[in-house]
Design a protein around this ligand. Sequence first.
Ligand SMILES: Cc1cc2nc3c(=O)[nH]c(=O)nc-3n(C[C@H](O)[C@H](O)[C@H](O)COP(=O)(O)OP(=O)(O)OC[C@H]3O[C@@H](n4cnc5c(N)ncnc54)[C@H](O)[C@@H]3O)c2cc1C
Length: 226
Amino acid sequence: MTHHVILGAGPAGVIAAETIRQQAPKDTITLVGDEAEPPYSRMAIPYLLMGNIDERGTYLRKKPSHFADLRINQLHVQATSVDVATKSIALDDGQRLSYDRLLIATGSHPARPPIPGMDCAGVHPCWTLADARKIMALARPGARVLQMGAGFIGCIIMEALMRRGVQLSVVEMGDRMVPRMMGPMAGGMIRDWCESQGVQVFTGTRVESIHPGEPLSVRLSSGPTV
Ligand SMILES: Cc1cc2nc3c(=O)[nH]c(=O)nc-3n(C[C@H](O)[C@H](O)[C@H](O)COP(=O)(O)OP(=O)(O)OC[C@H]3O[C@@H](n4cnc5c(N)ncnc54)[C@H](O)[C@@H]3O)c2cc1C
């Protein structure tokens, strides 16, 4: 009997585990994920921020016994190294896990630009459910929020923040909004619409530095400090 180990319990890891189960009813499957929550979809985080769903609504599989029913073992630990010679994985709880077949589906990380002040309290990526909780605690009606980046996902997050009633400024280093997907005309239309909704938009602008305090202040490459 083959032991399949999948590192990463995001959408890719979950679909892989379920597909292997379909193909190999008798094999052992272990899904290793380093987040505390049941497997969830990052794509649902904006809807959580909007208040359209609760955290359970982000879960990829709603039935609590879904993985147990499929005999997919779940480990909530981080894999720290893989030894391909011995086919074993070191886990951050001190255990080792042996495998016959290994799939690495550990996803990605948010880009972290080397900007002074990125470590200040109140600066958050929007990547995980843990991040979403911190953002929801701060993004209260009337709070001033500056979002770095107005790409595709940035625009979805922007809408969620507006629905929370914050005063929003968006800084995009490209010369238009959603610069990798939209041309100048469409990018300009998105900008016009955002501004009509009360969003302050800076394009062709970089965040140069972030300064701690209440409120935080941010120096922009185009001159102003907001
Ligand atoms: C706010 C937001 C909105 C998005 N909206 C969209 C959208 O509308 N449309 C779209 O197509 N995409 C969207 N995306 C992107 C989409 O969520 C990702 O492409 C998708 O999550 C990738 O799935 P994945 O399984 O490859 O990786 P992930 O979802 O990142 O899952 C990987 C998992 O592996 C875990 N892991 C990493 N290292 C280890 C380790 N060493 N040991 C154990 N576990 C580990 C991670 O913690 C994570 O839980 C959005 C992303 C975000 C953040």
